[in-house]
Structure formats: structure tokens, C-alpha cells
Ligand binder design. Structure first.
Ligand SMILES: NC(=O)c1ccc[n+]([C@@H]2O[C@H](COP(=O)([O-])OP(=O)(O)OC[C@H]3O[C@@H](n4cnc5c(N)ncnc54)[C@H](O)[C@@H]3O)[C@@H](O)[C@H]2O)c1
Length: 244
């Protein structure tokens, strides 16, 4: 489905990003990864290579524009193109608002939102020249409905939706589609931190009666990265077992 494409996945070292990287490689894409964990980067690139595709992993903090620009240049030097960008890197620093530290607000907004701006701006230049591209931004249902203790995270994920809709309009005439995925609660290292009691409370709110799996999100990302979704632009697709 993605033969001869180059997909750049941020936060591809573990969790949903890694699942997307492996599925895209299985579907014929070469893979570039930006992450901050060198051991995880090495593992996912080894997996990509074992699937018969080329991989390039780099330690890049998406919140730093200069690092992102340098990393993108390396991807272009090696592969000559960037067909798909998945803005997936994200963190949480949860606290009730009155207890939330300024640094936790800044960190979440810088990685989750400014990181999306940085990578999209740097990749857009390349995609404009190519006159084609797919941008997939990982938002969250928390950005749509809010959550106690997650005002920083919710703000970042809601902003990603506005950002996606704006660039979809800006880039459409260049044959570039930008869409967002809003996952519900997916079993990853991020959700593993939750207590059993809060997991049970959440499951009660999910009509499907279970948390989602990484592969559920990866399959949706694959559809949005493929030409099967060419007429979908500026859309936000929830994948949450019917929760919201
Ligand atoms: N897990 C869920 O239930 C869920 C639900 C909705 C949305 N999401 C979103 O999906 C995305 C992936 O989530 P996950 O559960 O796989 O998380 P995760 O914590 O398992 O993985 C996130 C990855 O991002 C990397 N990362 C962190 N800071 C970075 C930075 N500054 N620069 C580059 N990489 C960085 C981490 O090293 C890690 O490999 C996130 O944007 C998250 O907000 C997750």
C-alpha cells in the first residue's frame, strides 16, 4: 500500500508511533524516526530493517526547531523525499490546574503542539516541491471533551485539531492532505501508568467495553497515509470504541 514511500514518524520509538512505523514498513514504506530515546530508536530501526525496508532513526527533540530542521535535512539527503509525516510524539504531565507547575504546562505545549508546528513547517517545504504528501497528526479525544487533571494535555490536543484544519486548507491545492486522529484510551506505555481502579472506571464509559490497541490506531493511520483517503482532508477521526 505504501511502496516507495518515505514515512517520517515522530515519537516512533515506542507505543503507537512504533506500531505505525512497523505497519508502514510491512506495507512497503521506508521509515525515518525522530525520538528522544536512543535505545528505542535503535530497536525500531532494527525491526524496520528486518522487514526488508530501510530505516533512519535520529535523536531529535521535536520541540526544538533547529534540531528538527537538521533531522529533516538528513532524511532528505538519504531518501530524497518525505511522502508521509506522522506527528505522533506526545507526553503528559497531569495535575489539577491549581497545582499545575508552569514548567509542566510549557513542556506539554512545547512537545505536543510546538513539535507539530516545527515538524510540519520543515516538512511542508519538501512536500510543496513534491506536489504531494500526507500529514497525520495524533490528537486525542481529551482535546475534544477535556479531562480532570489534563488541562495542559487537552489544550495541546485541541489546538492540534485547529492547526490540522488550517493547514489542510493551506496545503490542499498542492495535493497534500492533512488529517488528525483522536484516539480514546489505547493500551500503551502512556496508559500503563494508570491505576487499575481508574482503568476500570474508564472501561465503564466505553461502549465497546475495552481499551483500544495500538494496531487499531496504526490501521487508521495506514488508511490516512494511503491513496485510498485522497479525498479526506482536514478531518478528525475518533477511534475510541464509541466513548465520545
Ligand atoms: N495511549 C493513549 O491512550 C493515547 C490516547 C490518545 C492520544 N494518544 C497520543 O498518541 C501519541 C503516542 O502516544 P503513546 O501512548 O504511544 O505514548 P508513549 O509515551 O508510549 O510514546 C511516545 C513517544 O514519544 C517520544 N517522545 C517524547 N518526547 C519527545 C520529544 N520531545 N521529541 C521526540 N519524541 C518524543 C517518547 O520517547 C516515546 O517514544 C501521543 O501523541 C499521545 O498523546 C495516546
Amino acid at each position: 500500500m505504501l511502496k516507495d514511500k518515505l514515512a517520517l514518524i515522530t515519537g516512533g520509538g515506542q507505543g503507537i508511533g512504533r506500531e505505525i512505523a512497523c505497519l508502514f514498513a510491512q506495507q512497503g514504506a521506508n521509515i525515518a524516526i525522530f525520538d528522544v530515546r536512543e535505545d528505542a530508536i535503535k530497536e525500531v530501526i532494527a525491526q524496520t530493517v528486518s522487514l526488508g525496508k530501510q530505516g533512519l532513526g535520529m535523536c531529535v527533540d521535536v520541540s526544538k526547531f533547529a534540531e528538527v530542521e537538521k533531522g529533516i535535512q538528513k532524511v532528505v539527503d538519504k531518501f530524497g523525499k518525505i511522502s508521509i509525516l506522522v506527528n505522533n510524539a506526545g507526553i503528559t504531565r497531569d495535575a489539577l490546574l491549581l497545582r499545575m507547575k508552569e514548567e509542566d504546562w510549557d513542556k506539554v505545549l512545547n512537545i505536543n503542539l510546538k513539535g507539530v508546528f516545527n515538524c510540519t513547517k520543515a516538512v511542508a517545504k519538501i512536500m510543496f516541491k513534491q506536489r504531494e504528501g500526507k500529514i497525520i497528526n495524533i490528537s486525542s479525544i481529551i482535546g475534544m471533551r477535556g479531562n480532570v487533571g489534563q488541562s495542559n494535555y487537552a489544550a495541546s490536543k485541541a489546538a492540534i485539531i485547529g492547526f490540522t484544519k488550517s493547514i489542510a486548507r493551506e496545503f490542499a491545492s498542492r495535493n497534500i492532505q492533512a488529517n488528525a486522529i483522536a484516539p480514546g484510551f489505547i493500551q500503551t506505555e502512556m496508559t500503563v501508568k494508570m491505576s487499575e481502579a481508574s482503568k476500570e472506571a474508564i472501561i465503564k464509559q466505553i461502549p465497546s467495553g475495552k481499551l483500544g490497541e495500538k494496531k487499531d490506531v496504526a490501521n487508521l493511520a495506514l488508511f490516512l497515509a494511503s491513496k485510498n483517503s485522497n479525498y479526506i482532508n482536514g478531518e478528525v477521526i475518533k477511534i475510541d470504541g464509541g466513548m465520545v
